[in-house]
Write a protein that binds this ligand. Structure first.
Ligand code: ASP
Length: 354
């Protein structure tokens, strides 16, 4: 009798495990596919000590190792990991930017792919995110993430940021919102999110318009939409580009000098972004050089070094208004605008639209 019961129990157990395998198979086929494209940064960094949060080596772990370090991803999506670069984002350049954008556009054309996550160093993450926001030609979600602590640190934020980013990229509610930046439970818009602190985990803040949403218990909750045009609504086409026009940023400060502008022009800059004081004001010391640059066909854009707020029209100061883009994002838009036109009036229009 005892043997019989054990036999029945064993049969029941094996039946239930078949069911659970079937359920899992069913889940697997229903799970969305998300492509994770890795580019390096602290999220892929390692240090000798678990207490080390600086002085580590960025861009060490591969895309596959990054994904494998987050087993919980299995519950959210089928993940395809791919290495595009493995650099600290201080070394991110136009070549990698173009390669990344082209690859994302290719991957998003695949019917089975629901969204893309880019892992990236946090230092220039906002520049890449805004570039992608202007050149991705799909309304499928694209999410950029990174981490402030290397993978070896106690309390490393990378695994949770990857999990949240993949969750957002897999979410149908994330479609059509432009490129998003997900770190530390928050969903930000590429256009307005910026790194505000050199060390803190809570470093990415929305400068205006607030966050797009938040994640609670791994559920994305969307609260706002981006008004500015993005992705499929822009004229920028990276498929035919092998390089981008040279655009420099010159910082404004007391007693500043025109020679930085002269140097940019001599070095063949096609555009200059002024990180101006206050609402994009230009000192009397730089004005002759700024005017000279414009006369020579260089497009000059006025932005604010304060990091937020709008630049208003002012006849005293020459240049295209950078809207409320910070200098590093104004540079991204100016590079792309110059691939389409050199006409300052048309570029002005783009700064208001995108
Ligand atoms: N230096 C690193 C980078 O931007 C910082 C980080 O990822 O947090 O690649």
């Amino acid at each position: 009798m005892k043997t019989f019961n054990v036999g029945i129990a064993a049969a029941l157990i094996s039946l239930s495990s078949i069911t659970s395998v079937m359920a899992n198979t069913e889940q697997t086929t229903q799970r969305p596919t998300v492509a994770v494209l890795a580019t390096g940064g602290t999220i892929a960094g390692t240090a000798a000590q678990e207490t080390q949060t600086t002085g580590y080596k960025p861009g060490v772990l591969t895309a596959q190792a990054l994904v494998a370090s987050v087993p919980a991803l299995d519950k959210v999506a089928t993940v395809q990991a791919e290495q595009v670069a493995n650099v600290g984002s201080d070394n991110m350049d136009n070549e990698v930017l173009l390669k990344l954008a082209k690859r994302i556009n290719e991957v998003l054309k695949q019917d089975n792919v629901s969204g893309v996550v880019v892992t990236h160093g946090t230092d220039t993450l906002e520049e890449t995110a805004y570039f992608l926001n202007l050149v991705v030609k799909s309304d499928k979600p694209v999410v950029v993430t990174g981490s402030m602590r290397p993978s070896t640190a106690i309390g490393a934020d990378g695994p949770s940021n990857i999990l949240q980013a993949v969750t957002v990229a897999a979410s149908p509610a994330a479609k059509g919102r432009g490129v998003m930046v997900v770190l530390n439970d928050r969903i930000g818009a590429a256009r307005t999110i910026t790194k505000t602190d050199a060390n803190s985990l809570d470093t990415f803040k929305a400068t205006s318009g607030g966050y797009l949403g938040t994640l609670v218990n791994l559920q994305p909750i969307f609260e706002t939409k981006v008004e500015k045009r993005h992705t499929t609504e822009t004229p920028f086409d990276v498929s035919k580009l092998d390089s981008l026009p040279k655009v420099d940023i010159v910082y404004g400060y007391q007693n500043d000098n025109g020679y930085m502008y002269d140097a940019a022009v001599q070095n063949k800059a096609k555009g200059i972004v002024i990180a101006g004081v206050g609402a994009g004001s230009e000192s009397k010391y730089i004005l002759p050089s700024v005017r000279k640059a414009i006369d020579q066909g260089v497009v000059v854009v006025r932005s604010s070094r304060t990091g937020s707020g709008h630049v208003p029209a002012d006849d005293a100061y020459p240049g295209v208004l950078g809207d409320d883009l910070n200098p590093q994002k104004a540079r991204i838009l100016l590079m792309l605008a110059l691939t389409v036109t050199q006409d300052a009036a048309k570029i002005q229009d783009m700064f208001h639209q995108y």
